[in-house]
Ligand binder design. Structure first.
Ligand code: SF4
Ligand code: SF4
Ligand code: FES
Length: 937
């Protein structure tokens, strides 16, 4: 067995949160050890941390500076023990267990030493507490009777030491007078989050922590709050709600799943008087093991926003007026039925929601297929990863990520392509950064600089739209240097060496110089990237919308898969291809069938056998389930524009901002005879609705989300919905009844999930009971199946069981620059905002960091056009124009621009095109020709 397989620090990343396969390998490889602690015999693994082993066996040796996620520091010395045949007191947190060890953890001498050390620490510590945080130090002080000042021998010195208080961060406060210099915050920031923002200043007793070069608010701190979560004394505390939350008096602690990106972090919601007042990362649970980003930790205020929709609204004479549920639902049912009768089923359509639960989405697709009787059903995945999923389905038989998020940490090469991961999937990025620390090679392919470039071994910066040429170039290098995996090609690729020969022939047309000319990437960088990737034992790819949101998106992903396959970097533990999903439940909404092409479980709508099975479960006539594939997201708007779609039901989506070519989308919505939007806030899209129905946020519902590594995790109700907002699935169910389709009554969300499991084979083994504590990764076909961390270990899910190569040639983009439109615009996301920012912008913690649209332009271009930082500029494309502020930046190449898409006042999709990728029907959000004009201020 390859002994280099385990390079993860066991202490920093404990066994219970590794992926199942890696975990098994660790176990097989580890020698067992038997030790004794205070006479108690304990079996464990050699090399485990002594302090942790004691704790796992209910022996609680006092400690302060140790945390299981961090490397041991040995700073506080509270964990001192005696070890037979070793001299003196030894800090247990610095000891690796070995067979036969005999440890004394508690005797009078050790306890006295601990009391002395605590007493000493107390002298420089400000004990005042507002009780808004858990205070590990205070608990120890009480345990040793030192809460009584009369029992202390050292005077209190902290007041005379002049410790500062740093209140400059928007989200946290650091009070040096409460800091015991345990290093946990520094290591939390460095080792867990990989950010290295914190350090010490001054020396000895006067030393304290600083952010950056002195002031937290001016440092690179991005507000993830890991340091808050791991601080044991309350020296670092969050700002929001401290006056409200006294930790002992929270009404409830609810474990749920983050409502933002597709990492699916497990969170602990603290609730007081029906308000969420704090969010912590849930320690020990996959995939995040307590880590969060700023959105997950501080982005919850929107739930209690006064802007929430609380009553149904009907548009009368151009104005929305409040009504009751009965009137609203009756109207909706009658209007949809009338359209159906007059124009046919296919004149209706629906957008499901990547923000809603699987249960909501499952009922939604069931409603569209039964009550509407059409497959005109889609959602935002068409706009982000449709091309990735299309290519992966055709080449590999499965469109989901092949690995577990935590596998990034054990990879020895990671290729991140078109994915600004630190901003879009911040917690996944922490695993990537840890891999780099472990020695992994990191390759970034991105036309725009991203924060992850700082950690990269090589950054390829291709011109926009040239990915296929670049990837074919890498394939040619790999083949010409004989870095292929011939055995894999023969046994796991359909057509074996013959299929490979076809790819080889195509790739021979991409010599270094030609690829360098097309892409602008230097030959030596191409060579380095190809060699790093192809020679790795465990190479992971993270793709992103940078390559998927193109009219050539599917071709780009085909090329990427080709490279992955010929090097055998898939179908084995720790290797594979992963498209991290943008929103919290993009994966789940597809899994439960919100697609014009597939039923729950990825079975084509055209599959009679499946429709028969589903019809029986739904108690619905088989013949009435449409076998005709429906229209996709952009096609639905195009059909509405052409007068073919007359009525639409949009749940939790905001197409006015997310769909390409905004003017066209707005015209399409205006032409719609009847539009229903169900959401939690008024949005740019609700303005076009005839009826607005108030749904509920993630914190007000039970259900499940599926994250980017196929993990089905629980979502739990923590607070009551505002006003008369109702559960999303219940609203849909009510409309179904009123339209004359009596959908079966459901007891609760778990009842819905049981039906999902009956319909979708890959979730057949999952129940709410099984995921009560922690999620399960599909495929999980039976009730005793442990879930699947890595896909394709034995076979691919194609009909032949083998992967399929799809050689594709580079074709120049149809969108061209010219004198009138000399720039190419790229669009994307930022850390502090989310999607169309309806949720994120209602959190002061997030808007304090970033709340303004901007345009990045290379400084040379800015100078040539006489444009200075912060001037207002107009951006004009062939589709429309918007304005924003300019930021000269060499993050983009000359001739290219970048703009975040979150902001309604500068709607980037007014500029983008609705030309579609022929395979996946995705639109080219990443490439729009435009010009930039200066506006007078
Ligand atoms: S909030 Fe996060 S980034 Fe900022 S100092 Fe703490 S750990 Fe580091
Ligand atoms: S990384 Fe994603 S899932 Fe995790 S806390 Fe941040 S937004 Fe939430
Ligand atoms: S916990 Fe071991 S030295 Fe601090």
């Amino acid at each position: 067995m390859d002994s280099s397989i385990i390079r993860v620090s066991r202490e920093a990343y404990p066994a219970e949160v590794r992926s199942p396969e890696i975990h098994n390998l660790v176990q097989i490889m580890s020698d067992m050890a038997t030790i004794k602690i205070d006479g108690k015999k304990i079996s464990t693994r050699s090399g485990e941390n002594l302090l942790a082993v004691a704790k796992q066996n209910n022996i609680f040796i006092p400690s302060l500076c140790y945390h299981r996620k961090l490397t041991p520091t040995g700073a506080c010395r509270l964990c001192v023990v005696k070890i037979k045949d070793q001299r003196g007191f030894i800090a247990a947190c610095t000891v690796s267990v070995s067979d036969g060890m005999e440890i004394t953890a508690f005797d009078a001498e050790l306890e006295e030493a601990r009391r002395y050390l605590l007493d000493y620490l107390l002298s420089e510590h400000n004990e005042a507490s507002d009780k808004s945080y858990d205070d590990e130090f205070k608990s120890l002080v009480a345990r040793y009777g030192l809460d009584d000042p009369a029992k202390r021998q050292f005077p209190s010195l902290w007041k005379s030491l002049g410790y500062p208080l740093d209140d400059s961060s928007p989200v946290l406060t650091y009070d040096a007078s409460k800091c015991v210099k345990c290093f946990r915050c520094i290591k939390a920031c460095d080792e867990v989050q990989g950010k290295k923002v914190l350090s010490f200043t001054k020396r000895g007793i006067t030393s304290y922590i600083i952010g950056g070069f002195g002031v937290w608010g001016e440092s690179e701190c991005d507000g993830c709050g890991e340091c808050i979560q791991l601080c044991p004394t309350g020296a670092i505390v969050e700002k929001p709600n401290r006056e409200v939350l006294k930790t002992a008096t929270a009404d409830s602690d609810v474990i749920s799943t983050c409502p933002y990106c597709g990492v699916g972090c497990q969170i602990e919601l603290k609730v007081k008087e029906n308000r969420i007042v704090r969010v912590n990362g849930a320690e020990g649970l996959k995939p995040n093991d307590g880590r969060l980003c700023i959105k997950g930790r501080f982005g919850y205020a929107y739930v209690g926003s006064p802007d929430r929709l609380t009553r149904p609204l009907i548009k009368r004479n151009g104005q929305f007026v409040e009504t009751d549920w009965d009137e609203a639902l009756d109207l909706v049912a009658a209007k949809f039925n009338a359209i159906k009768k007059k124009y046919g089923n296919d004149a209706l359509a629906g957008y499901a929601s990547a923000k809603c639960t699987n249960e909501d989405n499952y009922i939604f697709q069931k409603f569209i297929r039964t009550a509407f009787g059409t497959n005109n059903l889609d959602y935002c995945t068409r706009l982000c990863h449709a091309s990735t999923v299309t290519a992966m389905l055709r080449a590999l038989g499965d469109g989901a990520g092949s690995n577990s998020i935590e596998d990034y940490e054990t990879a020895d090469c990671i290729l991140v392509i078109g994915n600004n991961m630190i901003e879009t999937h911040p917690v996944t990025a922490t695993f990537v950064k840890r891999a780099v620390v472990n020695g992994a090679k990191l390759i970034i392919i991105d036309p725009k600089w991203t924060l992850l470039v700082k950690f990269a071994d090589v950054w390829l910066q291709p011109r926009l739209g040239t990915d296929v040429a670049l990837l074919n170039g890498l394939i040619r290098i790999i083949i010409s240097e004989n870095l292929i995996d011939e055995d894999f090609i023969i046994h796991r690729i359909q057509g074996g060496l013959q299929a490979f020969e076809n790819l080889k022939k195509l790739a021979s047309n991409y010599p270094l110089e030609k690829v360098a000319e097309i892409t602008g990437v230097a030959p030596e960088k191409l060579l380095a990237a190809a060699r790093f990737y192809a020679t790795a034992n465990r190479a992971l790819i993270a793709t992103g919308m940078g390559i998927s949101q193109q009219v050539t998106g599917t071709d780009s992903v085909f090329s990427l898969i080709n490279m992955c396959l010929i090097t055998g970097n898939i179908g084995k533990i720790g290797s594979g291809l992963n498209p991290p999903r943008g929103q919290n439940n993009v994966q789940g909404a597809s899994d439960v069938g919100c697609s014009p092409l597939i039923y729950p479980g990825y079975i084509p709508v055209t599959n009679d056998e499946n429709r028969q099975k589903v019809a029986a479960i739904w108690n619905f006539p088989f013949e009435a389930l449409s076998a005709k594939t429906g229209l996709t997201t952009v096609e639905i708007m195009q059909a509405a524009h052409a007068g073919k779609i007359k009525g639409m039901y949009i749940m939790g989506e905001n197409p006015v901002l997310t769909d390409p070519n905004q003017n066209h989308t707005q015209e399409a919505l205006e032409r719609m005879a009847f539009l229903v939007v169900q959401d939690i806030f008024p949005t740019e899209t609700t303005a076009y609705a005839d009826v607005i129905l108030p749904g509920v946020s993630f914190a007000e519902k039970n259900g499940t989300f599926v994250n980017s590594d196929r993990r089905v995790s629980r979502v739990r109700k923590a607070v009551d919905p505002p006003g008369c907002a109702r559960q999303d699935w219940e609203v849909i169910w009510e409309i179904a009844q009123r339209m004359g389709y009596p959908m079966k009554p459901y007891r609760d969300e778990s009842d819905i999930f049981d039906e999902i499991a009956a319909v979708a084979p890959m979730m057949a083994g999952i129940t709410y009971d099984r995921i009560e504590r922690e999620g399960l990764q599909w495929p999980c076909p039976t009730k005793d199946h442990p879930g699947t961390g890595t896909l394709f270990l034995d076979k691919f899910n194609t009909p032949s069981g083998r992967a399929v190569l799809h050689p594709v040639d580079y074709v120049a983009q149809t969108e061209k620059t010219n004198a009138a439109y000399p720039f190419l615009l790229n669009t994307g996301r930022i850390l502090y905002q989310y999607h169309t920012s309806t949720m994120s912008r209602r959190n002061k913690a997030l808007t304090d960091f970033a709340n303004q649209s901007y345009l990045l332009m290379h400084p040379e271009d800015a100078a040539r056009l006489g444009l200075k930082k912060d001037v207002r500029v107009k951006i004009v494309s062939r589709q429309g124009e918007i304005d924003t502020r300019l930021r000269p930046s060499d993050e983009v190449l000359p001739g290219e621009l970048f703009m975040p898409f979150h902001y309604g006042e500068s709607p980037v999709n007014k500029l983008t095109r609705d030309e579609l990728d022929p395979h996946s029907r995705i639109a080219p959000f990443k490439l729009t020709a435009c010009r930039v004009e200066k506006l007078t201020p």
